[in-house]
Each structure stands twice: as structure tokens, then as C-alpha cells.
Design a protein around this ligand. Structure first.
Ligand SMILES: C[S@@+](CC[C@H](N)C(=O)[O-])C[C@H]1O[C@@H](n2cnc3c(N)ncnc32)[C@H](O)[C@@H]1O
Length: 227
């Protein structure tokens, strides 16, 4: 499919998440066989955050990572630009703050957060470098990032199975919810910089101790770093 150009990407992505918001969680559970819960747990555990640490969740959607951060004893602030995703997050009554804002222009003070997390949102941001600079600005020195994203397995057999599932099965199931959104999902991987470039962008934004872990045979990546 043809992906949106940078000048209209934000509007297309926001409208798309507004449309699929009511079915988003159900589709996530189905498409990941419920494993997404485990990955979110890994993303928050990787922070090794102290009780009361302030965690910002960028592109928080319906609030799953915020909920996981709160379960771990942290304070959480979810940021998203989709009003309907935030409405669902709010309906879950997670003990966190929710802010409607663009991840590239955070309404948060410099050095105010202990950690920034993000679940499967990086490839949806229009200006990833700007988002990384914002992460760096709002984090205190030695603050942590922990980003989950989709990835492509490197082992040939897994790569083949993953391609069939992600590029063909997911859009077929997803078309019953929103044909465009679940065709966009596998195609949007094209927006993700390769590992080398991603690490270079994080370094340029002021991060160090960069690490990438592969989850589920490499279908998911967890990128962590220190401010
Ligand atoms: C794939 S969903 C992920 C939701 C949630 N983090 C999760 O793990 O289920 C991506 C989310 O990022 C949000 N998003 C995309 N671009 C954004 C931006 N520039 N600023 C704020 N939120 C954005 C979308 O509205 C959507 O809720």
C-alpha cells in the first residue's frame, strides 16, 4: 500500500487510530496471541524503576504501558494525539495522567521524568528525531528509555513465517475492523530506520548505553538507553 507522505502522515495516523480505537485492544490480543502483555511487562521491567518514578508513555493509546508502569509502583503520564484512544484509556481508570499532545512537542518540563517508554508507536511518529530530542529534554540525567517496536526476525524460517502472518494474515483479519489500518500496520515498518540508523539517532539526541533485545524470535524489538 502507499504510505502517507510526511506532510499528511500525522493527520492520517490520528484519524486512523480514532477510527480503530474501540477495537484496538481486542485486535492486539488476537494478533499477538496475548503475548503483547508479556512484552509490555518486559519494557517496564527493563527500567528497573524505583517506586514513585515518573514514567512518560509516548503514543500511549489505550494505556496498556501506563497500566503496567502503575502496577510496577511508578507514576505514569500517557501522551497521545488520538482523542478516542485517550478516551478508552481514561475509561479504564488507570491511576495515571493522560495528556492529548504530539509526541514531538511534549508539554512537560525539562528533566522532569525518570523514564520514557513507548509501545509500538515509533513508526507512527512523523519526525522521530524530534521525538528523541523531546525524550532527551524531559528526562533527568541518567533517565531511561524503553521502546517496544515491531521488527523482522533474522532466521530465514522464522522470517518467512512472520512475513506470511504479518503481511497477509493480519490484513485479512484486520479488514473486518478497518481495511486501511490493518494494511497500514505491516507497511508502516518501512518508516522504521534500520538498527544502525536508529541507534545513531538516539546517540545524536544524547543517549548512551544503547541496547536492543529481540523478543519472540525477533518479531519484536525492545530498545533501551540511558540519558
Ligand atoms: C500502535 S498504537 C500503540 C498504542 C500503545 N502504546 C500500545 O502499546 O498499545 C500507536 C499510538 O501512537 C499514537 N501516535 C501516533 N503518532 C503520534 C504523535 N505524533 N503524537 C502522539 N501520539 C501519536 C496513536 O494515536 C496511537 O494511539
Amino acid at each position: 500500500m502507499k504510505l502517507p507522505e510526511p506532510e499528511n502522515k500525522a493527520a492520517v495516523v490520528e484519524a486512523m487510530f480514532d477510527r480503530i480505537a474501540p477495537r484496538y485492544d481486542l485486535m492486539n490480543r488476537l494478533m499477538t496471541f496475548g503475548l503483547d502483555r508479556r512484552w509490555r511487562h518486559e519494557a517496564i521491567s527493563a527500567l528497573q524503576a524505583a517506586r514513585g518514578a515518573l514514567v512518560i508513555d509516548l503514543g500511549c493509546g489505550t494505556g496498556d504501558l501506563c497500566a503496567e508502569a502503575v502496577r510496577a509502583g511508578c507514576r505514569a503520564v500517557g501522551v497521545d494525539f488520538s482523542a478516542r484512544m485517550l478516551k478508552i484509556a481514561a475509561s479504564r481508570q488507570i491511576a495515571c495522567e493522560l495528556i492529548r499532545a504530539d509526541a514531538g512537542v511534549l508539554p512537560l518540563r525539562d528533566a522532569s521524568a525518570d523514564a520514557v517508554v513507548s509501545g509500538f508507536a515509533l513508526r507512527n511518529f512523523t519526525d522521530l528525531a524530534a521525538v528523541f530530542r523531546e525524550c532527551s529534554r524531559v528526562l533527568r540525567p541518567s533517565g531511561k528509555i524503553s521502546f517496544l517496536e515491531v521488527d523482522t526476525p533474522s532466521a530465514p524460517l522464522l522470517r518467512f513465517g512472520h512475513r506470511i502472518f504479518f503481511n497477509h494474515v493480519v490484513p485479512q483479519i484486520g479488514k473486518f475492523v478497518d481495511r486501511y489500518a490493518y494494511a497500514y500496520l505491516p507497511s508502516s515498518v518501512e518508516y522504521l530506520p534500520c538498527e544502525e540508523r536508529l541507534m545513531e539517532m538516539l546517540r545524536a539526541a544524547g543517549f548512551r548505553s544503547l541496547a536492543k533485545r529481540r523478543l519472540m524470535g525477533g518479531a519484536v524489538q525492545l530498545v533501551t538507553a540511558l540519558r
